[in-house]
Design a protein around this ligand. Structure first.
Ligand SMILES: *[C@@H]1O[C@H](CO)[C@@H](O)[C@H](O)[C@H]1NC(C)=O
Ligand SMILES: *[C@@H]1O[C@H](CO)[C@@H](O)[C@H](O)[C@H]1NC(C)=O
Ligand SMILES: *[C@@H]1O[C@H](CO)[C@@H](O)[C@H](O)[C@H]1NC(C)=O
Ligand SMILES: *[C@@H]1O[C@H](CO)[C@@H](O)[C@H](O)[C@H]1NC(C)=O
Ligand SMILES: *[C@@H]1O[C@H](CO)[C@@H](O)[C@H](O)[C@H]1NC(C)=O
Ligand SMILES: *[C@@H]1O[C@H](CO)[C@@H](O)[C@H](O)[C@H]1NC(C)=O
Ligand SMILES: *[C@@H]1O[C@H](CO)[C@@H](O)[C@H](O)[C@H]1NC(C)=O
Ligand SMILES: *[C@@H]1O[C@H](CO)[C@@H](O)[C@H](O)[C@H]1NC(C)=O
Ligand SMILES: *[C@@H]1O[C@H](CO)[C@@H](O)[C@H](O)[C@H]1NC(C)=O
Ligand SMILES: *[C@@H]1O[C@H](CO)[C@@H](O)[C@H](O)[C@H]1NC(C)=O
Ligand SMILES: *[C@@H]1O[C@H](CO)[C@@H](O)[C@H](O)[C@H]1NC(C)=O
Ligand SMILES: *[C@@H]1O[C@H](CO)[C@@H](O)[C@H](O)[C@H]1NC(C)=O
Length: 804
């Protein structure tokens, strides 16, 4: 963004001339050697130029710098040939040919794709050879957790330095304070795990007095730098009278003085101090005196008390962010004074007043400047006003999610023709929305109305003016007919029309319209019809079609698919021989009429974690993974939760399970399995917490090895032909005697296989429970069973025997 300038002073000109003639000689020599070699790469040379294009000493400095780097993506492949001024990211002065700018910003910050190749390795002090460097950008790379080198502080001509987000660690060198020409300093620490764990610490500073050496600094960004030990940071910042933009968010600062007696910060326009947990009243506070501020970011700051009247004095403010605090009560009426306001975010506070009152306190002097209004989860009550409140007219973003709004959605919403995002979800709104609400919203990209009682009633021939990316209408009333207007929404990323009372056949066009959708949820309707014959043309990552009446066989899946839930439908036919979704992690097909055998293609799903095929008509024995597909690679499957219950599966205890060492939850109940329980259970399934084999034809003794399952908390062998005595070593199943929660098993119930509501009930049959020798009947929900001291089910085939 910086204009490239050459500020070499005239006094130095003779020196430059002298250097130039040396360079001309150097270039001539290079040309000579080049001519001798057979290399054809002479395009970088500009023999006609009056000024030679690269200073040899700087060229070799660059090459030494490059030698210290790792460059797996070969991003610096253009760094060859003589004219270093032509190399990627290298910019020279037109007049002196000195390298003045080095811009090696990596791409991953923009793409957020960790697999994008970037630069790494070490930063060689040979950079000091670039004596005229004014601009250095190494941001968004991945240096090998090295410290920012001290010598950067000796690049004394630097005006612009960006070392953000490049995986630097350790102390920020105070030598940076020697860069007295610096106007822009960006030191954003990488955000890996910050706040979540100490796995990666990023950069820190325990003393920032060095900043005061940067006397003409205008932009400073130290987001995520750990400054937790610094108390008196404000007097240091106050030494920077030219500062315009200051980002000190998430710096673990604890201190925010009430006032700043003599403020130097008269040029400050942007202050971002969010994410520092101050735990104080929002006023008094030093920054309220900076009435020239345009952008104030104070989210997640731990402020409490009322919304302060001081807000009304911030008459220059354009953006005001106070979300995620504990501010209480109506916003002050002098907010009316903020005639430049464009963005207001008061989300996640407790405004607990009426929305109409709040709207009337928005500035009306602003001539429709207000663009974004975010008031989610703010305890707002009442109905939306029946007529348009003028300050809202040019809104492009309206977020009222998670309040207590009641009444209808007024038709004036349809006059907000600039709207791109409308989120009214999770309120108590009702009534009908029709074409009048929507037909002029041509810019709309996100329509989120979920979890209200809103009915959306439009003509089946209505063609919307917008092309939405996000459609979230969960639990609205769309049916009974399938909403035809979705046909025109062909660029949707996320579509949720679950629980919307649709009672109709799924139209063919739906699959084409939805082919770009990544998150697709139509669960809990009465949708009939068939899945398409293949889903290979779709790009879904998550598909939830559960609890409908879809029929037909399961087609080949989108190659991108990760989560699939087709449970509770009328699907028939065999499982696909090729699922077509190699990254599949969740496969829920329970409660259908799927028949045939379990195909060995399951073995190709290496990421599969949760599988529920229960309550189908699957039969046959379960084949082991074919040798050529799995054994040759000897990699195990990733399955954690597996249920085949209530099918007609037969054969021995599946040997396939030997390849599932991560299994925690296994239910083979209500099938025709037979044979003896294999001794390898103890060794191969050592993580098992839940084992249910009820209602099969297993026979023989309980193998001693079963008692090696030290994490076992639930064992149900009832209704088999198992005989003999209980191994004494059952005492070693300490999982049963521990009272602590098993997080993995609980996850299996709450977020994994058995989260789907009523299936939970299936595990709340009456059991006989032995607890420390006492027998009692347990009828609670399974979720609590993981806390029981000891739980074993012995029914019919096993004589109850004294155990402890
Ligand atoms: C240097 O040359 C480039 C390309 O001719 C030109 O775009 C740029 O404005 C010049 N810079 C200066 C400072 O003259
Ligand atoms: C960076 O320096 C360290 C220590 O000198 C060395 O072990 C490492 O190999 C260097 N990395 C590269 C990419 O040269
Ligand atoms: C650079 O800064 C360091 C630490 O602040 C200081 O000790 C050193 O003298 C400075 N070097 C120059 C050349 O100013
Ligand atoms: C992070 O910092 C803590 C305390 O300063 C230290 O104990 C820990 O080893 C550091 N972790 C890493 C990965 O550097
Ligand atoms: C920040 O630094 C302090 C003091 O060195 C340390 O105790 C704390 O763990 C650090 N925080 C993080 C998130 O690394
Ligand atoms: C204001 O900034 C100047 C220049 O850095 C400094 O000399 C002065 O002490 C500062 N004033 C205060 C009150 O910090
Ligand atoms: C707003 O500014 C005026 C004039 O500077 C001042 O008198 C008043 O106390 C300020 N109000 C608040 C609430 O800070
Ligand atoms: C919302 O307001 C009600 C009534 O004033 C209050 O009892 C409740 O605690 C508030 N909720 C939140 C999350 O602040
Ligand atoms: C908002 O909450 C505050 C503090 O709990 C309470 O005093 C006030 O009456 C509430 N206002 C409304 C409108 O519920
Ligand atoms: C075997 O594993 C390697 C590495 O995990 C993988 O690249 C290769 O495609 C696998 N081969 C087969 C046949 O699955
Ligand atoms: C429990 O395990 C320990 C260690 O593996 C073993 O020595 C002991 O015999 C086992 N107890 C019973 C009752 O099998
Ligand atoms: C469970 O046992 C209780 C008490 O004996 C009985 O009332 C109830 O009907 C039983 N439930 C089932 C599903 O068998």
């Amino acid at each position: 963004p910086q204009k490239e300038e050459d500020h070499t002073s005239k006094a130095k000109a003779p020196m430059d001339m002298l250097q130039l003639s040396c360079i001309q000689i150097a270039i001539a020599l290079l040309l000579f050697t080049q001519a001798k070699s057979t290399t054809q790469d002479t395009s970088a040379l500009h023999p006609d130029d009056a000024i030679p294009s690269c200073v040899a000493i700087e060229r070799s400095a660059l090459l030494s710098f490059r030698a210290g780097l790792s460059d797996p993506g070969n991003l610096l492949s253009s760094w060859k040939g003589d004219d270093c001024c032509q190399w990627k990211g290298v910019y020279c002065s037109n007049r002196t040919a000195h390298v003045v700018r080095l811009d090696l910003q990596g791409t991953y910050c923009a793409t957020e794709d960790w697999s994008t190749p970037v630069l790494g390795g070490n930063i060689s002090s040979s950079l000091l050879g670039l004596k005229h460097l004014q601009y250095l950008d190494l941001s968004c790379n991945r240096f090998d957790k090295i410290q920012i080198p001290d010598f950067i502080g000796s690049l004394h001509k630097l005006k612009y330095l960006d070392l953000s987000d490049s995986m630097f660690i350790g102390r920020i060198p105070p030598q940076l304070g020697n860069l007295s020409n610096l106007q822009y300093l960006y030191l954003v620490s990488s955000t890996w795990n910050v706040g979540y764990s100490s796995f990666y610490n990023g950069t820190y500073s325990t003393d920032i007095t060095w900043l005061s050496g940067l006397t003409i600094l205008e932009h400073l960004d130290m987001t995520f730098v750990n400054l937790s030990t610094i108390v008196h940071w404000l007097p240091v910042v106050n030494m920077l009278p030219t500062l315009k933009v200051l980002h000190l968010s998430d710096c673990q600062l604890r201190n925010s003085p009430d006032s700043l007696p003599v403020s130097n910060l008269t040029s400050l326009e942007t202050l971002d101090f969010s994410g520092n947990h101050l735990h104080k009243r929002s006023a008094p506070n030093w920054f309220w005196d900076l009435t020239g501020l345009k952008n104030l970011h104070m989210s997640s700051s731990g402020f409490y008390g009322p919304f302060p009247d001081e807000i009304g004095n911030m008459t220059s403010i354009v953006e005001l962010h106070l979300s995620y605090n504990n501010l209480v009560g109506m916003i002050p009426s002098n907010l009316q004074n903020l005639c430049n306001l464009e963005r207001l975010d008061f989300s996640m506070n407790n405004i607990n007043g009426s929305i109409a009152e709040l709207f009337h306190r928005l500035p009306s002097c602003s001539q429709n400047k207000l663009k974004e209004l975010s008031l989610s989860v703010s305890n707002l009550t009442g109905s939306l006003p029946t007529t348009l409140v003028e300050p809202l007219r040019n809104l492009s973003w309206l977020d009222l999610y998670g309040n207590k709004l009641t009444g209808h959605v007024p038709v004036w919403i349809g006059e907000l023709t600039q709207l791109t995002v409308l989120d009214l979800s999770s309120n108590n709104l009702d009534g009908v929305m029709h074409e009048g609400h929507l037909s002029r919203l041509a810019m709309l990209e996100e329509l989120t109305l979920s979890d209200n009682s809103i009915a959306i009633t439009v003509s089946p021939t209505w063609v919307p003016p917008f092309s939405l990316g996000i459609i979230e209408l969960r639990s609205c009333q769309l049916g009974a007919k399938f909403p035809m207007w979705l046909k025109w929404q062909t660029h949707v990323m996320s579509l949720d029309i679950s629980n919307t009372s649709i009672n109709d056949i799924i139209p063919d066009w739906f699959w084409t319209a939805a082919s770009s959708v990544a998150f697709l949820n139509i669960r809990n309707n009465q949708i009939t019809g068939f899945l398409p014959s293949t889903m290979e043309f779709m790009r879904a990552e998550v598909m939830d079609f559960s609890s409908n009446q879809l029929g037909g066989p399961i087609p080949k899946l989108p190659i991108t698919l990760i989560d699939l839930d087709l449970s509770r439908n009328n699907l028939v036919g065999p499982l696909p021989l090729d699922f077509g979704a190699p990254g599949l992690e969740k496969l829920f097909l329970y409660n259908n009429m799927i028949s045939g055998a379990i195909p060995s293609s399951l073995c190709k799903l290496r990421s599969l974690r949760s599988v529920d095929l229960s309550r189908n008509n699957l039969n046959g024995s379960i084949a082991d993974c074919p040798v050529n597909e799995s054994s040759s690679n000897m990699t195990d499957l990733s399955i954690v939760n597996l249920s085949f219950r209530n099918n007609n599966l037969s054969g021995e205890f599946p040997s396939l399970l030997q390849k599932c060492p991560r299994l925690i939850f296994l239910d083979l109940g209500h099938n025709q399995f037979s044979g003896a329980l294999p001794a390898w259970i103890g060794e191969k399934l050592s993580s098992l917490s839940f084992l249910r084999l009820r209602s099969n034809m297993f026979y023989g003794h309980i193998p001693d090895e079963l008692t090696e399952l030290v994490n076992l908390q639930y064992l149900d062998l009832g209704y088999n032909n198992i005989s003999g005595s209980i191994p004494r070593s059952i005492i070693n199943c300490t999982g049963m005697t521990q009272t602590r929660d098993n997080d993995d098993l609980r996850d299996a119930f709450t977020s994994g296989v058995y989260s789907a509501g009523s299936d939970l009930v299936d595990y709340t049959e009456n059991f006989t429970v032995l607890t420390k020798g006492q027998e009692r009947l347990y009828t609670g929900e399974i979720i609590y069973m993981v806390n029981l001291d000891l739980l074993i089910l012995w029914e019919r085939s096993l004589k109850k025997s004294a155990l402890l």
